[in-house]
Structures are given as structure tokens and as C-alpha cells.
Design a binder for this molecule. Sequence first.
Ligand code: HEC
Length: 102
Amino acid sequence: MKNLKLALLGSAAFLLIGCSTSRDYTPPADASGEKIFSSVCTECHKPLSPDVAMILSEKVATKEAITKKFQSGSMRMPAFKNIQGDAADRLADYVLSNSQVK
Ligand code: HEC
């Protein structure tokens, strides 16, 4: 019984670690924010309508916070470390101007 509990705990920890990953995607130099979003973000963030990419909570509704989010990731979201510089700027602009703030 004790062993079973330990085994379950072990696999739960494994799952948590497994979720927080990073992606190697590097955007093409001339990719627009919309292009990057539809290439890698819509896998999880399905646009709500053609004009609304996602719903942002108030504390993430700045370019800095959005950029930090996709470069650092979180427990449940992978980090995109290779979206940098101008591409990161264009992506953050796109997300900010095409999202609803809740
Ligand atoms: C593998 C799935 C996955 C992918 C791919 C992904 N995300 Fe996320 N994202 C999540 C999850 C799950 C959350 C909610 C949990 C959290 O905030 O950490 C989230 C949250 C966010 C938030 C915060 C929203 C809020 O209001 O708190 C932003 C901004 C965001 N993602 C942007 C992006 C961008 C930009 C991309 C593409 C570069 C992207 N995500 C790709 C899963 C993903």
C-alpha cells in the first residue's frame, strides 16, 4: 500500500516536470506577429474569432508581461526562448492589440 502511494506520487511529479518544457521554434526574420501566433501559439490558444486572438487577464495585458510569458513559459505553458528582438516585439504587439482583456 505504501509502495503504491509512493509510485503514484512519483508519477505525478514526473507529469508536472514533463509539462513545463521549452520549444526550439525560431521565427523567420520577416514573420509578422500574426504569423508567429498562428504558427506556434494557436496549438493551445485557439482564436476566439478572427479579431480576437485570446483573452488576457489584466495583469498580463502589457507588452512586457506578454513577452515574459512566452519567453519564460510557466508550469503549463512551454517557453519560446528563440522568439527574441523584433520578432518578440511584433508578437507581443499582435497579442496585445488582438486580445480582449477580462
Ligand atoms: C502547449 C500549450 C501552449 C502553447 C503552445 C502556448 N501557450 Fe500560452 N498558455 C498556455 C496555458 C496552459 C496558459 C495558462 C496558464 C498560464 O498562464 O501559465 C497560457 C497562458 C498564456 C498567457 C497569459 C494569459 C493570461 O491572461 O494570464 C499568454 C500571454 C500566452 N499564454 C501567450 C502565448 C503565446 C504568445 C504563445 C506562442 C508563442 C503561447 N502562449 C503558446 C499554453 C500554451
